[in-house]
Design a protein around this ligand. Sequence first.
Ligand code: ZN
Length: 358
Amino acid sequence: MKHSFFNLLKKTLYWLCLLHLYLRLEHFVGWKRSVISLCFHSTPESVTSEAISILERGTSRKSFENQIEILSKWLQPIDDQQLLNWFRRTTSLKKDGLLVTFDDGYKNNQTVATPILQSKGVPGLIFIPTGFISCRKRFWWSRLSDAMRAMEPNQWKSLGDKQLPSDILKVVADEDLANWSSRKKARRRIALWLNQNGTSNSVIQAIESVTTPQHDPNMALLNWDDIKTLSSSGVIHFGSHTHTHPSLTQLTTLEIGSELQAGSESFKEHLGSLPLSLAYPGGHVDQRVENQAADAGFLLAFTTQQGIIRQSMNRLQLPRLYLGFSKPYEIYFSLVLINLAKYAPARFEATILRLARS
Ligand SMILES: [Zn+2]
């Protein structure tokens, strides 16, 4: 009820052109410049009902197209080098900046998102975990989803006989996979445990062993040839997402350094230069991780914290935004709220931005 009232309000303000007027006014008198960095993952043609996790759902072509179309009209599209120049005050922005980023290097960033970016002249920045490129290795969350999507209820219950951590056995006992929502819930509970306890390959292997996982084509990754082709197009830039995509905050200082170095070396070997930017896997960062990123030579580093980039910010912990909307009136409304958040006292920013997201 509350949700539909909010949608009706957005639609009404959009059709009365009030959102458009506000944006025009802000553009005319606005005195604060900031940068909105969008964070995307998979960009499939359409969102399938088979998707059992947020990452699998991704951002559909229609949603991506509308977001880029509207935001690139109101904001100034930039790449990471231009963002760095803005921080160094060697470049100024005529409008608020727009930096479009993608994490993990999904193949559909090339097939679906890139042509849309090219048609609008908007640069894209893809963060790649180099140890997953051009090999058969797959992310743990894709492996878990592929197994859980194919899992039959009797196969699921057979996991109760395996040597597994007691928390996982409890999920097996609690959930019956009788319908899609219990399947999603079971997957979410296991993913949460893996996130909190450090990904355990033996747990994923045990889950995979009782069923026949079916690979989701929307989670396929780019290979080095794709990356070289995209890189030479001039529209798509690449940054590091480490080598093996671990949660860096759970590693020793020595391990963090090796991860970052391995990612950069592989990047240089294939693309001929070192990466300028880094996206922390899972957005996980603390002071130790940030220091290692600085030592490894990164000049910009991104978290998954929701926020607007201001010129005074720490360049090694930059926030991003995930809007998740597809309809023009929703995207306009988000943009108005982002503009309001820009002028609001810092302690209200998170609350206003929460309303700007789906
Ligand atoms: Zn990632």
